[in-house]
Write a protein that binds this ligand. Structure first.
Ligand SMILES: Nc1ncnc2c1ncn2[C@@H]1O[C@H](COP(=O)(O)OP(=O)(O)OP(=O)(O)O)[C@@H](O)[C@H]1O
Length: 879
């Protein structure tokens, strides 16, 4: 069947049997093949055109610049009545007679230079003609080096505008002094200005130019016409947010990496934290709250009860307003109910989890302000103020970082795809290739009438016909009406870590926990925020790049974070992979009190550590609740501004990242004992800055259980051995089609992105560890809360020897019974204890039966109703 409308029709293969060439044909074919072919496909012509443009731009630059100095001398030569362009080639006799040195013009580029400059500058656009040089340069550079300096179409648009605008503006101002000569504005500017002067007068021109300038600025920069000092009221903000596509877009683009479905589930999870009265919020509400935080100054935040305003009220109001048929009234009206809603339901406002902004106006705040004035903000980095972040030269500078897929390879693959699809009677309209580091994506637009489901059904057959390992078919490409076929490159390019770290994107990122994962299929640097993920599941068969991937994650965080901001809990049952990081123990690692080694290899200790992390999570939740904030970031912000008293147990909280390198081992040996705390952490720990990265070689369902999967929306798959494994980790096939060596798929919930993992080698990691480890660190690793497991069932100590009881045991018991609140942080605050000791006391109180067992993020049950009961209880205990 012919390929209807296929732009590559001439390249389609003929069937094997039909290729019967005579010796003569072959001979002539051989001959033609030895000659260079200047077709667009092999890229030579493009390069030549590019080179021509570049040289032309330089030529213009010299000619135009020289014109500025020589125009007066050359004017009579170039003027039309004297012959102008006609004189250009009519002087062979003159040259013969006078010799080439004696040019009749002064322009540095001779007659042609003088004539061209005169044409562009004097006859056409004046000095704004210099813009042409820029345009030629951008186009030439793009064609020759295949690098886009500026977006082409946009640049052409702006250049066109500037050309006219500058020319007319100069003519306008020039006309006040003299009419002649026109080399500033050119004839175009001069006559346009003349015309306008006669039609709308000078004031009209001034107005027109001003309007044009402002319009251009708005289009280019969306400049703001905000009147300063005006206090934002809720009705000023809200209509903008609902309607302003720019702000919505800004937010949306931020959320790209984490699709809405995820955001919702994360939001729901956040709501599970222990604040009372926490309710599930409609999705849109989160979407509009975020820009508000951008927009509103801190003082305006108490107004943020946007959370209390049901989003649905807006359409209702809008329709009421519409019936009044007054657009302005609609805006005003939409504001009124928002306020009314707030005023009428103040109770609801109190019930929602917004305490952070309601309590801070008191004496305490003034005290905090005074403290900040006196001592400055609290600086967590002060303890290690001389700490130096690792430098880029610790990373290897691998030479070849250029994509090397040549035209022949592209052509051959394309032909094969076209042929294969034709074979299945699938007609193609267009095919487009995007070259990535490891694979090239061929995007196909099927001819009208071809059903995508047909291609989808033939996926396996097509892959088989193309017969290459690593072919992945994406039908349809999400968000596009095309079909993607990813074909591995013959010479895959490694993506060195240094080339990622070097980028502005990574250097200037404002993410909380940026992890540089590598490059996308279109060669863009891909950086994800672990804090938003909020946990990551990594799977891949052995030798496919998992360890390199984990090192890349660790290294990116080490390059961005100060030791006071981040602690790692490293679990490495294989005992080899993470040992490289031992040297940074006193800077970046966390461990259980009394442990020798910060890198945990023993299963039993892993269980203790996980439970200890759960305790840390609960402690953090207590502190957050106490500080009346919702998450770690707000808490630390408040702490830094000295609004939280360290004497009440408050402390600066670093992020904690738990990395488990071989999860399958743990699940095999400890099962539920590991799964339960992991699931708890995954469910709740995000808001308190604890994030998990769990890697496994064996992504089978008994390792990655439903509970675990449900709480890890972000998953990273290196090559796995079967489609089933791929489904387990990604909920879809594809990971079995990867080609290994760092080729991976990242699933963020609904989106699946193919990435080439950044490569960082063991010696590089070693150098980084040495660099950090060689600096002054803390006295020891960061201490996790103590967790003692005697019973072996994951519970706390059940029985204490009376003599072992803490001297403050009784005081703590009185405190707890008085407040009827079994919380460690209460003991910590009121008795001014460290959290380890307070944790020990609460364990002892549990063992004695004063408080009930640990109940997650809820406070423990207090089993004695009042002082009287407690005193007699204590008496009994002494006996
Ligand atoms: N991103 C990458 N770019 C280029 N080559 C890579 C990349 N990642 C891994 N490789 C190559 O693959 C080899 C194996 O990688 P790695 O040690 O990370 O595998 P693994 O999946 O962790 O294996 P195991 O599970 O057995 O530890 C590396 O030594 C390296 O040569």
């Amino acid at each position: 069947m012919p390929v209807k409308g296929n732009q590559f029709r001439s390249n389609t293969f003929r069937e094997e049997g039909k290729i019967k060439t005579t010796a003569k044909e072959r001979l002539s074919k051989d001959r033609t093949e030895t000659l260079p072919q200047f077709t667009f496909n092999n890229g030579r012509l493009i390069k030549i055109v590019g080179l021509f443009f570049l040289i032309l731009s330089i030529y213009f630059l010299i000619a135009f610049s020289s014109y500025l100095f020589t125009w007066q001398d050359d004017q009579s030569y170039v003027s039309g009545p004297n012959g102008g362009w006609n004189k250009l080639f009519g002087h062979t006799d003159g040259v013969l007679l006078a010799g080439p040195q004696q040019l009749p013009v002064e322009n540095w580029l001779g007659r042609l230079g003088a004539l061209l400059s005169d044409q562009f500058i004097y006859q056409w656009f004046g000095i704004s003609s210099f813009i042409f040089i820029g345009i030629l340069f951008i186009i030439g550079y793009r064609l020759l080096f295949k690098v886009q300096i500026l977006p082409l179409v946009k640049s052409l648009g702006y250049s066109f505008f500037l050309l006219i605008f500058i020319s007319v503006t100069l003519a306008f101002f020039h006309s006040f002094t003299s009419d002649y000569p026109h080399y500033l504005e050119g004839e175009f500017g001069f006559w346009t200005n003349r015309l306008l002067q006669s039609e709308i007068g000078n004031s009209g021109i001034a107005g027109l130019l001003g309007f044009a300038a402002l319009t251009a600025l708005i289009i280019a920069y969306n400049i703001d016409f905000k009147i300063p000092e005006r206090e934002k009221k809720i009705h000023d903000i809200e209509p903008v947010l609902v309607g302003d596509p720019d702000i919505e877009e800004e937010y949306r683009s931020e959320a790209v990496e984490f699709p809405l479905a995820n955001r919702r589930s994360r939001l729901n999870r956040d709501q599970q934290k222990p604040e009372e009265g926490a309710t599930d919020l409609p999705l849109q509400q989160e979407r509009i709250t975020k820009p508000l935080e951008y927009e509103a100054p801190v003082e305006a935040k108490p107004l943020v009860p946007r959370v209390t305003i049901p989003f649905e009220t807006i359409p209702a109001v809008a329709s009421a307003a519409a019936s009044a048929a007054a657009p302005l009234a609609a805006v005003v009206a939409s504001a009124i109910p928002l306020n009314v809603q707030r005023n009428e339901e103040p109770k609801e406002a109190e019930e929602k989890p917004q305490p952070a902004f309601t309590v801070v106006k008191t004496e305490e705040e003034k005290t905090a302000d005074n403290l900040v004035e006196k001592f400055g903000q609290y600086d967590p980095k002060l303890d290690l103020s001389s700490y130096k972040y690792p430098t880029l030269d610790l990373l290897e500078n691998y030479k070849s970082n250029k994509i090397s897929v040549d035209a022949d390879e592209l052509e051959a693959n394309k032909n094969k795809i076209v042929e294969t699809l034709n074979h299945y009677n699938i007609e193609i309209d267009k095919i487009k290739a995007t070259i990535g580091p490891t694979v090239t994506l061929y995007e196909i637009i099927p001819a009208p009438g071809v059903r995508i489901s047909k291609i989808k059904n033939l996926e396996d057959d097509i892959a088989l016909s193309l017969a290459a390992l690593g072919i992945r078919i994406i039908a349809p490409m999400p968000g596009k009406g095309t079909i993607g076929i990813e074909v591995p490159n013959q010479n895959p390019e490694m993506v060195p870590m240094r080339s990622i770290m070097n980028t502005e994107k990574f250097q200037n990122t404002t993410m909380d926990l940026p992890i540089a994962l590598g490059k996308t299929i279109s060669n863009e640097v891909y950086i994800a925020d672990l804090a938003k993920m909020p946990h990551l599941l990594v799977a891949g068969a052995t030798g496919q790049g998992k360890s390199v991937g984990i090192n890349a994650i660790l290294v990116s965080l080490l390059y961005k974070m100060h030791p006071s901001q981040l602690k790692f809990v490293l679990v490495d049952p294989k005992k080899v992979e993470l040992t490289l990081f031992r040297k940074i123990e006193r800077h970046f690692l966390a461990k259980l009190p009394g442990e020798e080694d910060a890198i945990i290899t023993d299963t039993k200790k892993v269980i203790n550590t996980l439970n200890s992390l759960c305790i840390e999570m609960d402690l953090r939740y207590d502190l957050l609740k106490n500080g009346q904030v919702r998450n770690l970031k707000e808490y630390n912000h408040k702490f830094v501004n000295r609004k939280l008293n360290p004497e009440e147990g408050h402390r600066f909280m670093p992020f904690i990242v738990l990395i488990i390198d071989e999860f399958a081992d743990l699940m095999m040996t400890a099962g539920k004992e590991v799964e339960t705390p992991i699931a708890r952490l995954a469910q709740l720990a995000r808001a308190v800055g604890i994030h998990l990265i769990i890697a496994t070689q064996r992504p089978s369902v008994n390792i990655i259980t439903g509970t675990i999967k449900a709480n890890f929306p972000a998953r990273l798959a290196f090559r796995v051995l079967s489609k089933i494994d791929s489904r387990t980790i990604l909920d879809s096939g594809g990971a079995d089609q990867l080609i290994g060596r760092g080729d991976m798929l990242l699933s963020t919930g609904s989106e699946l992105i193919r990435l080439q993992c950044a490569f960082v080698d063991t010696p590089e990691v070693e150098r980084i560890s040495d660099f950090i480890g060689g600096q002054r660190g803390y006295d020891s690793a960061w201490m996790l809360p103590e967790y003692v497991d005697e019973s072996g069932d994951g519970g706390s100590i059940k029985d204490f020897d009376a003599s072992d009881r803490d001297p403050l045991f009784e005081d703590a018991a009185r405190l707890i019974v008085m407040h009827q609140q079994g919380s460690t942080s209460l003991i910590q605050r009121k008795l001014k204890l460290g959290y380890n000791r307070a944790g020990r006391i609460i364990d002892q109180l549990e063992a004695a039966g004063v408080v009930g067992p640990f109940e997650g993020s809820k406070a423990r049950e207090v089993r004695l109703p009042d002082d009287y009961a407690l005193e007699s209880f204590l008496e009994n205990l002494k006996k």
